[in-house]
Design a protein around this ligand. Structure first.
Ligand SMILES: [Zn+2]
Ligand SMILES: [Zn+2]
Length: 326
C-alpha cells in the first residue's frame, strides 16, 4: 500500500506493507486525512535523526475494513478519529492533564494517517473513534480531531458546554483554519467570539463566517492560534486585567516570552492547551454530526501523491486547509 514518509527531508509516497490485525483493534481503509499545522511543524523541523519517527497525518476519516473486538463498530462503518488516548490512571490524568500522560504520548495510529490503511487498537476504538453523520462530506468528517483540540482549549479556559457562557467574550488571534475552528467552537459554547488576524484575506473569511473584530473592546479570554510570538503583544493589549490568555500553538521564535510583571500586576492567567482528551473528541463528534459546528467548503483537496504540493501550498499560505484524498 501507499504511505507518506519523510526521507532526507522530502515527503515521499512509498510502497509499504499493509498493516495486519495482529492486536485487538481494527484496520481502517483511509478515505482521507486533513493536513494539520502540527504536520507542517514536524516536517519543517525534522532532522535526519527524527524524520524516521514522524507520523504524517492524523486527522483521519476512513471505513472500518476489519475489526476483532466487540464494540458498537462494525465492518463498513465510516469513522473519524483522534490518534492519542490517555491511561486515566496516572498523576497527570488524575489532574486532567491528559496530554501529558505517557500512554497518551506513546499511543498512535499505525503507520500514519497519510496511508491507504491504518491500524488502530482497542483503546482507540473505545476513546477516539467515532461514527460520522453520512450527510457530512469526508473532508468535513476529518475535522473531528482538530475541532476536539479547540474544544479542549475552550474548556481549559473555563467554559462548560452545558452552562450559559453568553456574558463572556473571547478574542482569537490568528485566523487560519484552527483559529476559525476555535471561533466556531466558542460560538457553539455560546461565548461571544471575535477574531483578529494581520492578514486581510483571513480577516475577510472570518467575517464571512460571522466573526468580526472590535478594536475598542477588551476581552475576558484571548486564544493564541497564530504561531507567531508577535501575537503575544496583541494578546496583552486586548485582554482585560484579570483575564486569561490561552496558548494554543508553538511559535518559531520562542525567545520573547510573557512579561512577568505585566502578568503579575494585571493578574493575568496564562493557560496552555495541547491536544484533546477523549471527552473533547466525543463532544467534537456531537457538534459536527449535529451540524452545530459547520465546516463545509473550508478544505482544498489533494491526492496522496500530491501531498508535497499540499504541504508547500499550506506553508506558503496559498490555501486555508488541505485535505488529502487517499
Ligand atoms: Zn491535528
Ligand atoms: Zn495517564
Amino acid at each position: 500500500m501507499k504511505s507518506a514518509k519523510l526521507i532526507n527531508g522530502k515527503i515521499q509516497i512509498i510502497n509499504t506493507e499493509k498493516p495486519v490485525l495482529d492486536i485487538k483493534g481494527a484496520i481502517i481503509k483511509v478515505l482521507g486525512s486533513g493536513l494539520c499545522g502540527s504536520d507542517l511543524v514536524k516536517i519543517k523541523h525534522a532532522t535526519p535523526e527524527t524524520e524516521n519517527k514522524i507520523v504524517l497525518g492524523h486527522e483521519v476519516v476512513g471505513i472500518i475494513e476489519e475489526i476483532n473486538v466487540n464494540s458498537s463498530f462494525k465492518k463498513g462503518d465510516i469513522v473519524a478519529l483522534g490518534h492519542h488516548y490517555p491511561c486515566f490512571d496516572c498523576e497527570y490524568c488524575k489532574n486532567g492533564s491528559y496530554s501529558m500522560c505517557q500512554t497518551f504520548k506513546k499511543s498512535n495510529i499505525y503507520p500514519a494517517g497519510f496511508s491507504e490503511y491504518i491500524r488502530v487498537n482497542e483503546n482507540h476504538l473505545k476513546y477516539t473513534v467515532y461514527k460520522m453523520n453520512d450527510e457530512l462530506k469526508n473532508d468535513e468528517k476529518a475535522f473531528l480531531e482538530p475541532l476536539s483540540c479547540c474544544l479542549r482549549a475552550i474548556r481549559r479556559a473555563g467554559f462548560d458546554y452545558n452552562q450559559d457562557n453568553s456574558k463572556f467574550n473571547s478574542l482569537v488571534i490568528g485566523l487560519g483554519s484552527i483559529g476559525l475552528l476555535m471561533l466556531k467552537g466558542l460560538k457553539a459554547f455560546n461565548v461571544q467570539a471575535f477574531g483578529f488576524d494581520i492578514s486581510d484575506k483571513r480577516t475577510k473569511l472570518a467575517l464571512e463566517h460571522g466573526f468580526n473584530f472590535d478594536e475598542n473592546k477588551k476581552y475576558d479570554t484571548v486564544f493564541l492560534t497564530a504561531g507567531s510570538s508577535k501575537a503575544i503583544d496583541t494578546a496583552l493589549k486586548y485582554v482585560i486585567n484579570g483575564g486569561k490568555i490561552i496558548v494554543f500553538s508553538s511559535v518559531e521564535d520562542d525567545l520573547k516570552g510573557f512579561l512577568n510583571n505585566e502578568i503579575y500586576y494585571r493578574e493575568l492567567s496564562v493557560i496552555a492547551s495541547y491536544s484533546p482528551s477523549p471527552e473533547d473528541i466525543k463532544l467534537s463528534s456531537e457538534l459536527l454530526n449535529k451540524k452545530i459546528v459547520k465546516v463545509h467548503n473550508l478544505s482544498t483537496h489533494y491526492k496522496l501523491d500530491n501531498l508535497a504540493q499540499a504541504v508547500d501550498d499550506s506553508l506558503n499560505n496559498k490555501i486555508f486547509k488541505a485535505y488529502i484524498e487517499v
